[in-house]
Design a binder for this molecule. Structure first.
Ligand code: MG
Length: 244
């Protein structure tokens, strides 16, 4: 190998400029993992670290996000409306933790309802479906109005739950959709969507459809009138670095 870490006499991989075990193939970038699962790694962009909402604005008026922050979490203040990040991003790995109110109130869509909207348009349902049935495509972790989760992985109300999301933004060429959005979602460590293609942006009682939009957008959280909490929100950009 002449001191090289690899080979220069092996076959080329199909459609690739690199050989099997190619000595000249660039090594992967180093990322330092978080101390514990769920902790942000070294290349994460933290959207909410539990201290303040300086990275967020009200969707209603573009002003300050008026949700409550205490003890390391934010909580919906009903009537203040949805909030969104100032950051805008596309393809990503996103981590978010949430808890439905410990005090159980309401049923079906009326119990612990909120939502995680990727790019402000595509909703992953947040709902307390622990011993609380509702329509399947409105379940906890559903791609709302499109796909129920593969399984119901809810913890009890009041307990912290995790969503780990791998998001591929839709691609448009002019007004034309050339590739739909794809979502993979892990709820409390359990795969509930596996590279699922979305029909379009989220609606209520309507056919989802795509409207062209920029390649990046904010993360939006929903005020559905329930006292849902969120904490530890971060994402990593999924760069298209050379994988040939
Ligand atoms: Mg919702």
């Amino acid at each position: 190998m002449d001191g090289k870490l690899g080979y220069d006499d092996t076959p080329f991989l199909p459609g690739s400029k690199y050989r099997v075990h190619d000595a000249d193939r660039p090594p992967p970038r180093v990322v330092v993992p978080g101390a514990k699962p769920g902790n942000s790694p070294s290349d994460a962009i933290v959207l909410f670290d539990g201290t303040d909402l300086s990275g967020w604005v009200s969707v209603k008026d573009g002003g300050e996000a008026r949700w409550k922050v205490e003890d390391g979490y934010m909580e919906v203040v009903p009537g203040t409306g949805n909030i969104r990040t100032k950051e805008e991003f596309g393809d990503c790995q996103l981590h978010i933790e949430w808890a439905a109110p410990a005090e159980v109130r309401g049923e079906s869509q009326g119990r612990g309802n909120s939502g995680v909207f990727l790019m402000g348009l595509y909703e992953i349902q947040v709902l307390d479906c622990y011993e609380n049935p509702t329509y399947a495509d409105g379940w906890t972790a559903a791609i709302y109005g499109q796909y129920p989760p593969l399984v119901s992985a809810c913890r009890r109300p009041g307990e912290w739950q995790t969503y780990d999301i791998i998001w591929e933004a839709p691609r448009f060429e002019g007004d034309k959709l050339v590739r739909p959005a794809y979502l993979t979602l892990i709820h409390n460590g359990i795969v509930v969507h596996n590279h699922t293609a979305l029909f379009g942006s989220t609606g209520h009682k309507r056919m989802p459809s795509y409207q062209p939009h920029p390649p990046v957008g904010p993360l939006m959280l929903q005020d559905h009138g329930d006292l849902v909490r969120f904490r530890n929100i971060w994402y990593r950009v999924l760069t298209d670095y050379d994988q040939e």
